[in-house]
Design a protein around this ligand. Structure first.
Ligand code: DGY
Length: 332
């Protein structure tokens, strides 16, 4: 008997076939409240689940009494109550390496877009304001040779440092839980405590996961510590930055601009003050959203699910310690 798997995001035909070869798959349209109720009996029987989005708290896990493996099509797993998964012996698989370069490209794009005011000036051109040679009112600031602060020197932080240092001759400061000798050797990066980094960097790039420790890590005091010419970029998780404090800092010109791909509430409300500010570039959480990378994430998540049910969780597993007790290798 094949394990029963619930798929709650559509996949390309080849990946769907690969999933079908290993599992008895039921596809459902999503995991919002309505679908969770409508497909309660399917969820009740699921040994595995694969998709992106949804909130896997205790209430949701109670609806999945047979669950052995959850495979999320994302690098971040802040929507999962990992303690509750551990207590039930459920493996959580994710896709941390599939999106590294693509998210780093977007971060560099936000650095350029904010410093050179690309969306704002493109819009002014579109509406016919370009009538003569541009004057200082249209100028941006340089990116090359400016100091880039990386908050969170994981895979994406490294890929950003590579682009910024080797491509744009930018000195790199970084803050992370541990010093990173590879970043120091390859990109001449300098380890800094967070407050010094915020005070010194021209661009502060936040690439942190959301945890109890990182929630509102970038608060009013830390924003006030930044240079008035500095720019904040966030492409990690929205709630790492206190959004109310950020709006104030942008309105008061405590900082110069912000490039944001993530927000405290997503989708961003259309009446958010952030959307009224010309010094904000706001994007709809598109860090990994390219055809190539989203396919690679889907494929990785499918392979992760297969590997977990085969008892092979050497990589991409959030909680490998439960592998031995979960029975995911066959006892379902
Ligand atoms: C991730 O994979 O965590 C990205 O933020 C896309 O959701």
């Amino acid at each position: 008997m094949k394990p029963a798997v619930v798929l709650y995001k559509s996949l390309s035909d080849d990946l769907r076939q690969r999933l079908n070869a290993f599992f008895d798959v039921t596809e459902i349209p999503g995991l919002d409240e309505e679908n969770v109720k409508k497909y309660a009996s399917v969820l009740q029987k699921a040994h595995g689940i694969i998709g992106s989005g949804g909130k896997f708290d205790q209430k949701m896990l109670d609806r999945l009494p047979q669950l052995k493996v959850a495979s999320t099509i994302s690098a971040g797993y802040d929507k999962y109550d990992v303690d509750a998964l551990n207590a039930r012996g459920i493996l959580l698989m994710h896709t941390p390496s599939a999106l590294t370069d693509t998210v780093a490209d977007l971060l560099m794009g936000l650095v350029l877009a904010t410093a050179r005011r690309l969306p704002e000036l493109a819009q002014r051109t579109r509406v016919g304001e370009w009538r003569d040679n541009v004057c200082a009112d249209w100028f941006g600031s340089d990116v090359h040779h400016k100091t880039l602060g990386v908050v969170g020197m994981g895979r994406i932080g490294m890929a950003l440092a590579q682009r910024a240092h080797l491509g744009f001759s930018m000195p790199i400061l970084y803050n992370a839980r541990h010093q990173h000798s590879e970043a120091e050797q390859r990109f001449n990066a300098t380890y800094c405590d967070l407050d010094s980094l915020m005070a010194k960097a021209d661009f502060v790039c936040i690439i942190l996961p959301l945890t109890d420790q990182t929630h509102h890590l970038i608060n009013r005091e830390r924003l006030a510590n930044m240079k008035p010419s500095a720019i904040l970029i966030n492409a990690g998780r929205g709630p790492v930055v206190d959004e109310v404090a950020l709006i104030e800092a942008l309105e008061n010109h405590t900082i110069s601009a912000a490039g944001l791909d993530v927000f405290e509430q997503e989708p961003l409300a259309t009446d958010s003050p952030l959307l009224q500010l010309p010094n904000v570039v706001a994007l709809p959480h598109i860090g990994s959203a390219t055809h190539e990378t989203r396919y690679a994430m889907d494929a990785t998540a499918v392979d992760n699910l297969i590997a977990a049910f085969n008892g092979q969780v050497q990589e991409n597993c959030v909680n490998p310690q439960v592998a031995n007790s979960s029975g995911a290798g066959g006892e379902f």
